[in-house]
Design a protein around this ligand. Structure first.
Ligand SMILES: C[S@@+](CC[C@H](N)C(=O)[O-])C[C@H]1O[C@@H](n2cnc3c(N)ncnc32)[C@H](O)[C@@H]1O
Length: 244
């Protein structure tokens, strides 16, 4: 039978595609991957609209027990694995697809919006972003985001920073914490940054500040991410002006 990897989009229960919803209705088991991002609605809202019971899949279940819990049930039945955002954007679910193939389970992927594409709303050209990097909660000895920033800056490219989160503990890194980390690691405090919170919602927050001012800039929506722009085309400058 089939394992459906279904993207849920960025905001609430209504961001799923019709194709995704139809697939869920064919499934006897539905899992929600709930450790790499979060929606602005409760799981109950998803269950209500999709008409199914949803099992929460934490990192432990996905990384250590997926074979038994998710893939084996898909040998004789249809199983849905729901992913917030797009199934293959800034997540590691390629592993589940490969392991399902080993068990001769058909895999159907249903894509939807992702932070990796929705960030285009800010107005910087997507093809002018360099490597994306993540800032973890425990970051005292972490230098990868700084190295990625430097390499992107040398190439004149924009840098997107994804910020750590632990939705099951309701813990999210804020833009202010990310700015504090970058400042502490020696990034020029006068560099322009773009803070983005709740992209995909009707009230997304996009603010442009110097790094030193971003440290204390309040954002009320989650999840959050941050951009340090590279070289700007005049259309990109105009787009950024529209947020001021
Ligand atoms: C590991 S990525 C998961 C991406 C997801 N699979 C997708 O396609 O959007 C999660 C990180 O992306 C950023 N992010 C996700 N959704 C966001 C949103 N709606 N607004 C701002 N940042 C977001 C946050 O930094 C968050 O910690």
């Amino acid at each position: 039978m089939t394992l459906y990897l279904i993207g849920l989009g960025l905001y609430d229960e209504k961001d799923i595609t019709l194709r995704g919803l139809e697939a869920i209705k064919k499934c006897s088991q539905v899992f929600l991957e709930y450790y790499t991002s979060r929606l602005a609605c409760d799981v109950e809202k998803l269950e209500e609209l999709y008409g199914v019971k949803i099992k929460i899949a934490d990192r432990d279940l996905v990384e250590k027990k997926a074979e038994k819990e998710i893939i084996e049930p898909a040998i004789d039945g249809n199983v849905a694995f729901l992913i917030i955002g797009d199934p293959f954007a800034a997540t590691t679910h390629i592993d589940i697809r490969l392991r399902a193939k080993e068990h001769d389970v058909d895999v159907v992927v249903i894509h939807t919006s992702s932070i990796i594409t929705a960030i285009g709303e800010v107005g910087l050209e997507l093809y002018k972003y360099g490597k994306i990097t993540s800032i973890p909660f425990e970051n005292d000895n972490i230098t990868t985001p700084i190295n990625v920033l430097k390499a992107n800056q040398e190439a004149g490219l924009h840098t997107l920073f994804l910020l750590d989160l632990d939705p099951l503990k309701n813990k999210f890194m804020s833009i202010g914490e990310a700015a504090t980390y970058l400042k502490r690691k020696g990034v020029d405090e006068n560099i322009l940054c773009i803070g983005c919170a709740g992209i995909g919602s009707q009230k997304a927050q996009v603010k442009i500040r110097k790094l030193k001012d971003m440290v204390n800039e309040p954002f009320t929506r989650y999840p959050q991410c941050m951009i340090i722009p590279g070289n700007l085309h005049f259309m990109e400058e105009e787009a950024l002006e529209s947020w001021r």
